[in-house]
Design a protein around this ligand. Sequence first.
Ligand SMILES: [Zn+2]
Length: 328
Amino acid sequence: MSPYPWLDSRWAELAAQRENSPHALLIHGPLGVGKLALARRFAQLILCETATVSSPCGHCEGCRWFAWLPAPGLPPDRTGSAGCPRRARRRCSRPSKAAKPSFEIKVEQVRELAGFLNIGSHRARRRVAVFHPAENMNSNSANALLKSLEEPASGACFILISNKPQRLLATVRSRCVSLPIGMPMASVTRDWLRSEKVEDAEDWLAYAGGAPLLARSLADSTRGGRIRQLTALLRANDRDGLLAWNATDREDIEMLAEVLQKWACDQALLSFSGKSLYFNKISQGNGGRSARDWLRFAREAGQFRRAARHPLNPKLFAAEIIGAMPRV
Ligand SMILES: [Zn+2]
């Protein structure tokens, strides 16, 4: 069984390669469809000493080592490697509150990993390195990884996970076996979200563009609550309320830009087709504004989203993006 029902066929493909897995695998597809869960389960299957055909046992020493790996959701600089309990435990240590998580996979981390993979394997078992998200490598770390991919250590398996594989070095991509994960069928994800007892599942699934894990995490998070606040202000056409919305950091700004971009896309779509994509049950509130105005603003909001990653004054930035929104 795969971690999620829409990944069953992909899991069957992977599990069949357990004994002869490629030395490098690139799992790619949209955010929130289960790529990391699939990679982790495959890594555990490779390391498991008493696995059945397609499932890790969960009890052997290999599985116990696996349990020391960082949990999904930790900052992306927690590149995971498996095969040595002491090292794995050290990697699991959580950063102090004062430490800011890095969004980059650094060359030192890749070199350290290469050194580790080249040391003789304990218990003659396989070794697995998971890069998530792989596009967070800079050019130095990508080139360091390329060396390891060109001359892989015996028994090593690299699993790269990416939402944006086009940002990876072409030479890195070409050395990996590609495993694309598409957006699952809406009927399957709806049933799954229902079984998970997710509130307002249809609304979150729409907002997440059909990605079930993203929908579930939004429905049950502070971030989701903030998105609800912004959506309510947009539905009420409350521009003053939007300006007063308390954006305190770059994550808030990125979220604001994302909500406004999706809102603008939906306003344009409503003009064209009478249907929306990201927000259910919204009416056309364009006040005579053309689809072209909303599309122009959607593009601007996209630029704001990218710029939000750089240091900035959140309040000024929020005022600027809201000021650029078409007035209705
Ligand atoms: Zn096991």
